[in-house]
Design a protein around this ligand. Sequence first.
Ligand code: HEC
Length: 120
Amino acid sequence: MRMQLAGALAVVAVAAAAVVWRLHSAPSHWQVVDRYCTGCHNETDVAGGLAFDDLDRSNVAANPAVWEAVVRKLRTGLMPPKGEPRPDRGVLERMARELEHGLDGLPLAPLIPAPSRSHA
Ligand code: HEC
């Protein structure tokens, strides 16, 4: 019994540590964008017709076409352009994955309507 409890606590501790690790180590894509992209892609220098400072910061799914284009540029290594400062390949890859998660979170119409709880 005691061993089981200890095991369960260890699992919880590892899970919590993983969450904390993620929060600290996963670069928010905005940190990368602000540092490496907005210098060219802003309201005054709209490079490639793209200004990141116009976008909704809290919701990737609000501008799916833009972020899909960003994922492509990150995966192909085309942005930031050659010769410009860029973070590690791993950071760009994580950023692409983070954006894909946000894009996958696009609200979809429910196939089965949620049961009404009003009479519960
Ligand atoms: C030195 C300036 C510069 C920096 C820094 C830069 N870009 Fe660009 N970007 C451009 C230019 C110029 C174009 C248009 C030509 C092209 O597509 O290569 C462009 C095009 C793009 C496009 C394609 C737009 C479209 O709809 O066709 C995307 C997406 C993009 N950049 C994303 C980024 C991201 C993400 C970063 C940062 C990681 C970044 N860029 C950093 C100059 C820059």
